[in-house]
Design a protein around this ligand. Sequence first.
Ligand SMILES: Nc1nc2c(ncn2[C@@H]2O[C@H](COP(=O)(O)OP(=O)(O)OP(=O)(O)O)[C@@H](O)[C@H]2O)c(=O)[nH]1
Ligand SMILES: [Mg+2]
Length: 170
Amino acid sequence: MEPLKVLVAGPVGAGKTALAKSLLGEEALTTEAKASEDLGKETTTVALDFGTLAVGPYRVHLFGVPGQERFDFMWDVLAEGALGLLFLVAGDRPHHLPEARRMLDYFLSRHPVPYLVGVTRLDLGRAWTPGEVALYLRLPEERVMGLDARKREEAFRALARLVELATGGE
Ligand SMILES: Nc1nc2c(ncn2[C@@H]2O[C@H](COP(=O)(O)OP(=O)(O)OP(=O)(O)O)[C@@H](O)[C@H]2O)c(=O)[nH]1
Ligand SMILES: [Mg+2]
């Protein structure tokens, strides 16, 4: 069976790299560099996160894209041939939602693939709930779920649901 290429996208600090690490462990290929501006964390992805894992009968190739807009040239490079999009948004950073909406529209207009939105960091102060994020992004509630990107079971549940959407539940 052909590998299933899945893209992980979303604004800076949404947890794309954390998700790659929790799903792939030591196998995760990451490209972190010291953040050149204050992003609320020390490092940021400058090229991609990558790794492969099994989801049921499928071999998934996971490609995480950088969140910073200055690396947006990588988005189309990595999106080539993708069959699903896992789009992460930090629930505790509702001010990132306008950018999230633009990024999601951009991706889906160029690569209309099945998608799932994951809302992370729900345990942190005054986070928006997945339902509120769905309303704001004008998405059906079933396309939005909460997860802690640091926890393997939660990250895997989100990925498995996307794989189900991408493969039509076969
Ligand atoms: N408390 C908490 N922290 C989380 C959760 N999900 C992710 N994080 C943390 O949030 C931060 C997200 O940072 P990254 O994983 O580097 O974010 P990114 O999306 O890869 O960001 P860029 O590569 O800069 O675009 C990490 O410190 C994670 O450990 C969550 O559900 N709760
Ligand atoms: Mg990253």
